[in-house]
Design a protein around this ligand. Structure first.
Ligand SMILES: N#[N+]C[C@@H]1[C@@H](O)[C@H](O)[C@@H](O)[C@@H]2O[C@H]12
Length: 457
């Protein structure tokens, strides 16, 4: 019974990424990524875990697609492994064949493929040549996009260029929490611009013919802990780096002046070259929004700082390293992130109101909770409640005029949670990593029903 219906054709999906689930990191010609290197470096990932095996999805993809179809989801957002497709800069048909098989299996099951080209696994040789701080990497990404478009464009029509460029740039090159694990705000601001330039160069390639493309930034609602001038300025800085830097560039073709000013001490103005912003702000068919929580920030108090990594790290916030992230009093997930569906409504209506109109997808939304297996069943009611509340926020946003076209739950199944290893479980489907057994949680069956009926009760 549906009392809160979604628009006809709304895409109900699940999402994953290559390094987090595939495993088979040396199979069929795959090259090394920065996450292979990072995860094999002691002290970088909790318990020394890595993606060498992960969910063994590279060999179990058909079983996983069949499980998706049995649940009733209609769309699957996955990522392509750049080092599997272009190791050492050369085209690897063995890698492309995997994604041809995956896309064909999805289409045969009636599931629409949505492919992300970059979900953090940069080929190591490109990092050795300078990584995202080096402008040339953006042009190598455009070459990769052309190979992907040529090889998979007959099967895949929906493309996302880059996933969460904020994480790649600021966790990868400023805080060191993510691969390649560097701690230089100067390199981070260069990386942020070149990740967007990569998007700007690749999008026209992916949009050739019947291709549809966008990017998938991670956006947060941001609030000051108090109305003091210092806290208000802290919120401006964090909102600027997390949200407006990416939204203004992608949707207006310019960077916000206050953020450019804040980043000047890190050499940011030397990064942007003539023509870059026209490319970055070029036409897209949709924008992905990854949303998880709200940032409540303070420049004064340190009332219970929210950790961003299992390890002590440097600040990922150039020009705002003095800012603390505090608890706003809401329930939290196993990541320590506050549950705030109102923040999702806030972000969606803000993008719809303040930026040029563009169709939106929730490309990631979900929660980690500690799951307990009882007689082979997992009753993950907290995760189900989290998703239900955020879907209700999506329904309200659509009613308020937001052109929301789909929702992808993060994640289809438990997987390698970056610096946290396998200890944080976001999946609708439980994975026993000893046996690779998949078990749908109660949230999976519920979400499949919502997908099939295209609405909430
Ligand atoms: N952490 N966390 C969960 C989830 C992560 O697993 C995804 O790979 C990222 O795109 C995004 O950070 C969100």
């Amino acid at each position: 019974m549906t009392t809160r219906g979604f628009p006809e054709g709304f895409a109900w999906g699940v999402a994953t990424s290559a390094y987090q689930i595939e495993g088979s990191t040396a199979a069929d010609g795959r090259g090394t990524s920065i996450w292979d290197t990072f995860a094999h470096t002691p002290g970088r990932v909790l318990n020394g875990e890595n993606g060498d095996v992960a969910n063994d999805h590279y060999t179990r993809y058909a079983e996983d697609v069949a499980l998706m179809a049995s649940l009733g989801v209609g769309a699957y957002r996955f990522s392509l492994s750049w080092p599997r497709i272009m190791p050492g800069g050369t085209v690897n048909q063995g890698g492309l064949d995997f994604y041809r098989r995956l896309a064909d299996t999805l289409l045969e099951a009636g599931i629409t493929p949505y492919a992300t080209l970059y979900h953090w696994d940069l080929p190591q040789e490109l990092e050795d040549a300078g990584g995202w701080p080096a402008r040339d990497t953006a042009y190598r990404f455009a070459d990769y996009a052309a190979v992907v478009r040529e090889a998979l464009g007959d099967r895949v029509k929906h493309w996302f260029t880059v996933n969460e460029p904020w994480c790649s740039a600021f966790l990868g090159y400023a805080s060191g929490d993510h691969a390649p694990g560097l701690r230089s705000p100067e390199l981070a601001v260069r990386a942020a611009h070149h990740l967007l330039l990569a998007h700007g160069l690749a999008a026209p390639v992916l949009r050739e013919g019947d291709g549809l493309a966008g990017a998938a930034p991670n956006l947060y609602a941001v609030s000051p802990a108090s109305d003091s001038e210092l806290d208000l300025d802290a919120a401006r800085r964090i909102d600027g780096l997390q949200n407006r830097f990416f939204l203004d560039a992608l949707l207006r073709g310019s960077y916000p002046e206050d953020v450019v000013r804040d980043l000047a001490p890190f050499g940011f103005e030397d990064v942007v070259q003539a023509g870059d912003m026209e490319l970055i702000g070029g036409p897209i068919d949709f924008l992905g929004v990854n949303y998880y929580s709200r940032h409540t920030v303070s420049a004064e108090s340190d009332g219970g700082v929210v950790a961003t990594s299992p390890f002590a790290s440097a600040s990922p916030w150039p020009g705002a390293s003095h800012v603390s992230f505090v608890h706003g009093g809401r329930p939290v997930t196993d990541m320590g992130w506050e549950v705030d569906p109102g923040g999702l409504h806030e972000i969606l209506t803000r993008v719809a109101k303040e930026y040029p109109s563009v169709p939106l997808y929730i490309t990631e939304n979900g929660a980690a909770y500690v799951d307990t297996v009882v007689d082979g069943e997992i009753d993950d009611h907290e995760r189900l409640s989290y998703i239900e509340a955020h879907l209700a926020a999506c329904h309200d946003a659509i009613a308020d005029g937001v052109p929301l076209k789909g929702y992808f739950a993060w994640s289809f199944m438990d997987n390698f949670e970056w610096g946290w290893g396998y200890g944080k479980r976001f999946g609708l489907v439980h994975v026993d990593y000893e046996t690779q057994k998949r078990t749908p949680k109660s949230s999976a069956r519920w979400y499949g029903q919502i997908s099939r009926q295209n609405g909430l009760p």
